[in-house]
Design a protein. Structure first.
Lengths: 134, 270
């Protein structure tokens, strides 16, 4: 653990895991649908950041680069240099897809919550089950 | 604080501890390894590779190449999910029409002036992110959501009336949204149609030359690589996402008078 990059990475991963716990707690215990919704978006954002963090890598010298070729390569050997320094592009592509799908779902969910409010005049979950707010 | 909340809190704390332990013990694979996974290395080697064009997407950016070339059909359905969600939101709020002259006149003159200065900048940078999606980080979705921010800003600062008066009503935005999706569809089958007409083999979602299919989208525009289909995909996706998100924002920010009118028509809850 003497390496500062490892230490910072441990802190990052641990805080992401704690964030997952906090957001799940919000989803389970908050009675307001809006707060549940916000917790759910935090949950998915945390998971997306987690996936991106798993795509990170270390290089022997200096820092890793983004998965983009900075200039048009003129020789095959330049491609190997990029492959030796760039981070993993696969989690980024998957997270991009996940963000778009998540956005679609959340948009519909937000619409449903607005309709719920117009119907019951509250965002508390209890009236939907036939109960009343204490 | 009742018993139920204590149980939930304790179990979540336990989950956090155990998950952290699993990750630290290497249960999800090595964190920040020095070696790249083989799949990632092959994408990085082939994303722009004129010496092995059979496997290449001719795009300088690997993420866009994966999203729109190697996993193109996946992304097409992802865009469709966004479209279906917007159709669902419009269905939830059916019977609703924008009414003019009921909202206030927006925020103060200072905010309006600074928004006027900012608006073209937001539009240009959004378009730039979308059009350069195959050269720099970014792409159609990012550029489109960037442009959608512009409409959200305008409708908050200048009021919704201002936006609707300038022709961005929900029905027109839905048409724009559908045009974007149709553009994506047309780009994905363009080479297939050309191949069918000329009697040459071609694939759906084909970008560059593939084995047994010699057709290819133009990889260069003047002195810039275009990534073949990627440029078109990004532009159409930006149009679709910008229109779709703006539409969802307008529908979700509907006002009391409009709701009551829709309720009087009796289309909801019946």
């Amino acid at each position: 653990m003497s390496d500062p990059v490892s230490l910072l990475f441990t802190v990052l991963i641990l805080s992401l895991v704690v964030n997952i716990g906090i957001s799940l707690y919000g989803v389970f215990t908050r009675p307001s649908l809006v707060k549940k919704f916000i917790s759910l978006t935090i949950f998915s954002d945390t998971l997306n950041s987690f996936a991106i963090a798993l795509g990170f890598r270390r290089v022997v010298e200096g820092y890793p680069s983004i998965a983009v070729l900075a200039s048009i390569p003129e020789d095959v050997s330049e491609l190997a240099v990029v492959a030796n320094t760039a981070v993993d592009p696969v989690p980024q592509a998957l997270v991009l897809t996940a963000i778009v799908i998540g956005l679609a779902v959340y948009m519909f969910l937000a619409g449903l919550i607005v309709m719920y409010y117009r119907h019951y005049r509250t965002t508390h979950v209890r009236p939907a089950g036939g109960g009343s707010i204490e | 604080m009742n018993f139920r909340e204590v149980v939930i809190a304790v179990s979540i704390a336990l989950m956090v501890l155990l998950l952290a332990y699993v990750i630290e013990a290497g249960g999800l694979g090595p964190i920040a390894p020095q070696r790249l996974r083989e799949l990632a290395a092959s994408y990085l080697l082939n994303t722009y590779n004129p010496w092995n064009i059979i496997q290449s997407a001719q795009s300088l950016e690997a993420v866009t190449a994966i999203v729109w070339d190697y996993r193109g059909i996946d992304t097409f359905f992802e865009t469709s999910v966004l479209f279906i969600s917007i159709v669902g939101v419009s269905l939830l709020f059916r019977g609703y029409r924008e009414k003019a002259g009921i909202s206030n006149r927006g925020l103060s003159e200072i905010v309006k002036t600074s928004t006027k200065i900012l608006s073209p900048l937001i539009l240009i940078s959004g378009l730039s992110i979308a059009i350069h999606g195959h050269l720099t980080p970014g792409g159609g979705f990012q550029g489109g959501s960037f442009i959608a921010v512009l409409l959200v800003l305008l409708s908050v600062v200048f009021s919704l009336d201002f936006v609707v008066e300038r022709g961005l009503s929900t029905s027109r935005l839905l048409v724009l949204r559908s045009l974007g999706l149709l553009g994506v569809l047309a780009t994905s089958v363009a080479l297939l149609v050309v191949g069918l007409l000329t009697g040459v083999n071609a694939y759906i979602f084909q970008n560059m030359v593939r084995e047994g299919a010699s057709l290819s989208m133009p990889p260069w525009f003047l002195d810039r690589p275009t990534g073949g289909t990627l440029l078109f995909f990004n532009v159409f996706e930006a149009l679709a996402v910008a229109a779709g998100l703006s539409l969802a924002f307008i529908v979700l920010s509907l006002r009391r008078e409009e709701v009551e009118e829709a309720l009087e028509k009796g289309e909801w809850y019946e």
